[in-house]
Ligand binder design. Sequence first.
Ligand SMILES: *[C@@H]1O[C@H](CO)[C@@H](O)[C@H](O)[C@H]1NC(C)=O
Ligand SMILES: *[C@@H]1O[C@H](CO)[C@@H](O)[C@H](O)[C@H]1NC(C)=O
Length: 296
Amino acid sequence: IGLVVAVFLFVVVVKFSEKPCFQLLTLLGQGISGWWSFSQQPHEAFQAGHPGYVSVPKQEPLKLQCDVCSVVSSSGQILGREAAPEIDHASCVWRMNNAPIRGFERDVGSRTDLRVVSHTSVPLLVQKPQHFFGRRGNETAYVVWGPLRNMRGDGKGVVYNMLRQAAENYPHARIYITTEERMNYCDTMFKKETGKDRIQSGSYLSTGWFTLILAMDVCKEIRVYGMINNTYCRSEGYRKVPYHYYEAGSRDECAEYLLHESAPYGGHRFITEKAVFAKWAKTHLIKFFYPEWQLS
Ligand SMILES: *[C@@H]1O[C@H](CO)[C@@H](O)[C@H](O)[C@H]1NC(C)=O
Ligand SMILES: *[C@@H]1O[C@H](CO)[C@@H](O)[C@H](O)[C@H]1NC(C)=O
């Protein structure tokens, strides 16, 4: 019976495909080898999404393929370091908020694959939409973090509305927001690492915090440029630099950090966060340059 069924099927296939038998076999062979080489490219073919970050407005998960990530801090520490060759050498270059490249290429490099952006910086992006989302706008993915009241997609989130408008005007722009669950997770991480409740302690997480959490998910190796460690501002004769490299003459970095660290509410705990980053660097491949951190 098996033989009869096999012969019958063979006749049917040959008859309806109208292809000579040897072609059919070649096709079958190509199919198998094609499937084989497909399954040999796990990263391209089965690239995992990051469901904590969804596109505007389609809500598709963020997909990113990064091996070594350069994370360029916005701190004035990067000025004069001429780190561009090292930064651009990585498979992905990440920046924060609206930190510019033009005029600083030698120090900060010239590519941007991803920007992690605070909800408070979104107005700065939408002021220069052509620059951020225009012409070559799809080279950079934007991941925006913010509280639900600003990020809600029901028409009442002012920041979400700005992003949706930008996505409408620039259909090639790759704009993502951090989901409410992921925002809560980032708060949970703060509580877990510091023992303090972020909200009760009157503080806001920094863009650096959200950036490192995402980078630990996406990147095999993280190389952070221009970030100081948690004892830097207490060290003898530290380098006084602007808080942001692109804001010459602004308050110096350590003065800003110390103000924030002790603010009873509304501050960023930059110094506390740096101590946590050092801890994460023990279990993740994270290295810090300019200034270099000595991690045991
Ligand atoms: C950007 O858009 C161009 C033209 O549409 C396309 O060829 C290119 O692959 C896109 N790049 C990315 C990173 O999506
Ligand atoms: C932190 O930075 C200071 C100043 O650059 C340095 O003296 C100290 O060794 C650094 N500590 C670590 C753990 O990297």
